[in-house]
Write a protein that binds this ligand. Sequence first.
Ligand SMILES: [Zn+2]
Length: 393
Amino acid sequence: MAWQSILDQERVVETLRRALQQERVAHAYLFHGPEGVGKRAVALEMARALQCTEQTTEACDECRACQKTRRMVHPDVHVLFPYPKGTDEGDVAERIQRLGENPYAAVDFVRRPSLSDPSETSNKQVMYHIDRVQDDLLRPMSFRPGEGAYKVALVTDVEYMNETAANAFLKLLEEPPPQTVFLLTTNRPEQLLPTIVSRCQRLRFDPLLPESIETALVEREGVDADAAAMLARMADGSYSHALDLAQNDALMTSRELVLDYFRAAYTQKVESLTSCIQEIAGQGREQVKGVLRLMLRWVRDLMLYRTMGDEASLVNVDQAEAVARFCRNLPDADLETMVTLVEEALHLTERNVRVRLVLTSLAQALARAMRGRSPGSLYEPLPDAELRAVQAT
Ligand SMILES: [Zn+2]
């Protein structure tokens, strides 16, 4: 498959192919861009192309080197994840293995504290500690390659390097040993030391096209065509997000919850609102974010339906009737404000504000927006005694 296995990102792939062809591969590349668009996948494919003994611009998939890079056992390819102190070596090895099987899968400790339970979140600090950078990066990369043409290090989520580690790494980047290639990936290039960034050739990754995600879900994951169309539109250009959604049995339940929440918010019936918030919040912070993203989809569908009627191509195809009913019954609803409010709630949830509080304030503000009144902001304190009672639950 080689480069063909990469979804979109033609500009990036072309740049790397040309560098390989002209034998002008940089010592260090920084792949930056949104989550789940293939930065690690491209880095792995680049590592494979560099080690392949038969072809220059891409992995042949046949030679011994290609077989080893495919199985993630090539001695001159080092893959690093940041992880919490005390993490089991076997856990790390399994994640690297899974990455080899599907380079788009979310297998890192940042997004998946536990491989077996995708909904689990962790408070343990994920980090590249200096001792690990010494043992797993600096030392192996200062030797000559053992059997490949290059020594390649894939340093994922490089923004998780603390300052001491980053400075030690910088020394190596400033005087890279011959035949070494560093492939760094990050969603947040602004958090890196400028001195590290300036040592790298930067390549920006774009969000994926929904059509590419849809095709990949059908062809690679065996998702049925209708579901793939819906998931691709929900995935915000991120294939790993689409994979998460596809594997998430709770997704359909969450979509029902969104409707229940909107209903409860509108009627302001404390009891139904409380139980709805309980159910959403009980699923953990990651799931709450998922539900809030579904809310955004829903309101965007309302906007589409309001302008285009039955012609609208909705994300929630199967909930078209509910969308139509909402638009009929609440013609004055301020949909733009509803989007802003949900985005604000998402932001607060990411910033570790108590989720019950966020969902309660959001319900109150949405109720006003659904009636077309100015809803204020989520950041305002809640004066209402009844709603305080909801928070206390
Ligand atoms: Zn090969």
